[in-house]
Write a protein that binds this ligand. Structure first.
Ligand code: ASP
Length: 333
């Protein structure tokens, strides 16, 4: 690749400054060179650090507690998102998640570690902590995704307990919904509070997790982006990680989280990469305004960024610098 083109394709920010020697090597030897991972950087990496979609204070608190006591990023993200899975007031994750149109509460989750190992469960019923089942899939089986009845059977074999995931509130809402049976996506948090979490531990290693009950009143059998590695979540320990919330179909169509990590690999900052990810989606949906997507990313230096389609998406960040809920810029104002 010619140096001129290389520079055009890369945004050389402090976060992803590509070493000059890599470029020179490419020029003089005139042969393909691997796209560099996040290259030399002048900033001190921020670690440990955890971020998650939306304003999940208790979940980030839990993850931070794990990281502060020297725990791994993998334990931090699992234990962090478990807080939301157990919270019955969060009606888009775990117990208390809203059902599909047939009245089944079906959960999707995945987890990914620093070595690129990953596990996922889709259409899982009757289990409060799908993220932990996903971790078991990753650690105890030669597979990556287990679905439906097979995933549920595996969970019981691993010692998970059967539990009714409906609450009084979600059952009542579902009964009311049956009167119209109208499927509508609500733009912000009312219908999208999937938790995607990314963490870097004291060793500088990255992991991520994502868990959801998916779109409320979805068609029975529907699986969204959240448990799909590369779509709802992706982590590359050399570069960074990304996760998504919002209408999963659109995230899958662009393989959103993988795209964002690859954009960071090419030198974009987390912020720039998330903006590009949303713009790719909007290009395929020109003029469409009836859906929300929020992307969140972190690079190996602990720099973070987010971007969304409509205002309202925030992400929570916790590091030694403090605990903040960051509002992100949006495609539409
Ligand atoms: N992304 C999730 C899904 O499509 C839903 C959400 O984030 O609200 O299943």
């Amino acid at each position: 690749m010619k140096r001129r083109n290389f520079l055009k394709n890369s945004s050389l920010t402090a976060a992803g400054l590509v070493s000059a020697s890599a470029i020179t090597a490419c020029n003089t030897e005139n042969k393909p060179v691997e796209t560099p991972a996040v290259a030399t950087t002048p900033v001190d990496p921020i670690k440990p650090i955890v971020v998650c979609t939306w304003n999940f204070l208790n979940a980030t608190d839990k993850a931070w507690e794990v990281l502060k006591s020297g725990g791994t990023s993998l334990d931090a993200v699992e234990q962090g998102v478990m807080v939301e899975e157990a919270d019955v007031t969060n009606e888009t994750v775990g117990k208390g998640g809203r059902p599909d149109r047939d009245g089944n509460v079906t959960l999707d989750a995945c987890i990914m570690d620093k070595d690129g190992n990953c596990g996922s469960v889709v259409y899982l019923q009757n289990i409060v902590h799908p993220v932990s089942v996903a971790r078991k899939v990753m650690e105890e089986t030669p597979h990556i995704i287990l679905a439906g009845k097979g995933a549920e059977k595996f969970a019981y074999e691993q010692g998970f307990k059967k539990e009714d995931l409906f609450t009084e509130s979600t059952r009542k809402q579902y009964e009311e919904w049956l009167n119209t049976s109208k499927y509508e996506t609500t733009i912000n948090i009312e219908n999208h509070d999937t938790i995607g979490m990314l963490a870097i531990d004291a060793n500088g290693d990255l992991s991520g997790a994502c868990t959801t009950s998916g779109m409320a009143y979805k068609v029975g059998g529907r699986v969204g982006d959240s448990p799909i590695i590369g779509a709802g979540l992706y982590v590359d320990n050399e570069v960074g990680g990304a996760t998504a919330t919002g209408v999963g179909e659109e995230v899958i169509r662009t393989v959103g989280s993988f795209l964002i990590v690859e954009l960071m690999r090419q030198g974009k900052s987390p912020q720039e990469a998330c903006e590009e990810g949303v713009k790719r989606i909007m290009k395929k949906n020109e003029g469409r305004k009836d859906f929300q997507i929020g992307f969140l990313a972190i690079n190996k230096n602990g720099e973070t960024g987010g971007y969304c389609v409509h205002p309202g998406f925030t992400y929570r960040e916790y590091s030694e610098k403090g605990h903040v809920n960051r509002e992100v810029k949006s495609f539409y104002s």
